[in-house]
Design a protein around this ligand. Structure first.
Ligand code: T4K
Length: 369
């Protein structure tokens, strides 16, 4: 038996449920191109996320890339260095220049106090990330954006289903992108969506995701193929029905982690605000303060791996330190992000993780330092 525990495991619906959809797909032979299940998923997502317009695409990255294209931005986009490659790549692949704004230690999101000093006459948008599902300071970010006539597009890859004081996180900013990758708290195998209350933006993304085709004989934009197929949409529909149940299981595990980790000297956790935020608990990041803990993050990573616990260093290294951006002269002080990236480990959390394994991981954390 494989005793290895990985950082995550996909949530899957009961097989019978998915098979019912597969039977219909086999019968109809409608496999893709905005088919019946795609349309149903589209409708249900808009309801679930409580936004006017919402559209599933083949993955979160393409959703973000095409959303940026739809806004017809130019020049510079202020963003975070503490994220997955996708966020910055989406900016660069749109021929825009990322300008990195440092993050806050308390929640690893973009620091609103540091945004304004980065705004120039070339800035057209802010692209913050709700990293680990920690909502950014949206009120401050959007106030700065309003004052400076900038768009705000959220990378909400980690924040599916979250609410702030009962309001869906998808309702903020000009648009939000969500990821439904297998490793996320909600998946459609691969997949993602854009959510917005702006009809023209949704319509443009709709066109762009199908090669920019407008009518049978008119290709109006240089688009891409970012269509979600029927097998993905069917998985999304099945998993949406189980989302709450899966989230609640994660919450129990998260609470146990918090209860145990807060007793361990030298391991820091983020500042969660469970009174106002309904989290999805998709990640369990910890921050190793070597001088207090008595062991480095890298040694702890190795120690856990020796004990069959495969954590991840999301997000190390920070984006400006990627090989592909090494020779770019992107601006921005990223010293907090750099330090945090040296400390972070994301622990296993997924709905089917037995709580005894959380205790085992916490025992190892207690004994290692
Ligand atoms: N913005 C942000 C902030 C993001 O984090 C992401 C994606 C995006 C944008 C783009 O969204 P997508 O285009 O991906 O929809 C993973 C995911 O591939 C990626 O979706 C995610 N962020 C990123 C944080 O993590 P890897 O390369 O670390 O995943 P991988 O394959 O190492 O999987 C992690 C663990 O999960 C494995 O050790 C085992 C388990 N696993 C994984 C897969 C794929 C399974 O048990 N089954 C599986 O099918 O990137």
């Amino acid at each position: 038996m494989n005793d290895n525990i990985y950082v995550t495991k996909p949530s899957l619906p009961p097989l019978d449920e998915y098979v019912e959809y597969l039977k219909e797909i086999w019968e109809s032979k409608n496999l893709t191109n905005m088919g019946k299940f795609w349309q149903e998923f589209n409708r249900k997502l808009s309801e679930f996320l409580d936004v006017e317009y919402c559209m599933p695409l083949c993955n979160g990255h393409m959703a973000l890339e095409l959303t940026l294209q739809a806004f017809e931005l130019s020049g510079e986009v202020i963003t975070t260095p503490f994220t997955f490659a996708s966020t910055t790549h989406a900016i660069v692949r749109n021929n825009l220049t990322p300008v990195f704004c440092d993050i806050r230690e308390c929640d690893c999101t973009i620091d609103p106090d540091k945004i304004e000093e980065l705004i120039t006459d070339k800035t057209t948008a802010i692209l913050p990330v709700h990293v680990y599902g920690m909502p950014c300071d949206m009120a401050r970010i959007e106030e700065i954006a309003r004052k400076n006539n900038l768009k705000v597009i959220y990378d909400s890859a980690h924040a599916f289903g979250e609410k702030i004081d009962g309001k869906s996180i998808a309702e903020f900013g000009d648009a939000s992108m969500f990821s439904f990758h297998a490793t996320k708290c909600f998946n459609s195998i691969e997949g993602g969506c854009i959510a917005t209350n702006q009809k023209e933006i949704m319509y443009r993304v709709y066109q762009l995701h199908n090669f920019g085709i407008l009518g049978k004989e008119n290709v109006e934009y240089v688009g891409a193929n970012a269509k979600m197929n029927e097998l993905q949409a069917a998985m999304g529909l099945c998993n949406l029905g189980h989302y709450e149940e899966e989230r609640n299981k994660r919450e129990v595990l998260f609470n146990r982690y918090i209860q145990r980790i807060k007793e361990i000297k030298g391991i820091r956790i983020l500042a969660y605000d469970t009174e106002h935020v309904t989290y999805n608990y998709s990640y369990m990041p910890i921050f190793v303060e070597e001088d207090k803990y008595g062991m480095s993050r890298n040694k702890l990573y190795d120690y856990l791996a020796k004990n069959h616990i495969y954590t991840r260093k999301y997000f190390y290294p920070i984006v400006p330190e990627f090989g592909c951006y090494e020779n770019s002269d992107f601006k921005g002080d990223t010293s907090v992000a750099h330090r945090i990236a040296e400390q972070v480990l994301t622990l296993p959390i997924y709905a089917d993780l037995p709580i005894e394994k959380v205790d085992l991981i916490c025992d190892l954390l207690e004994n290692a330092g």
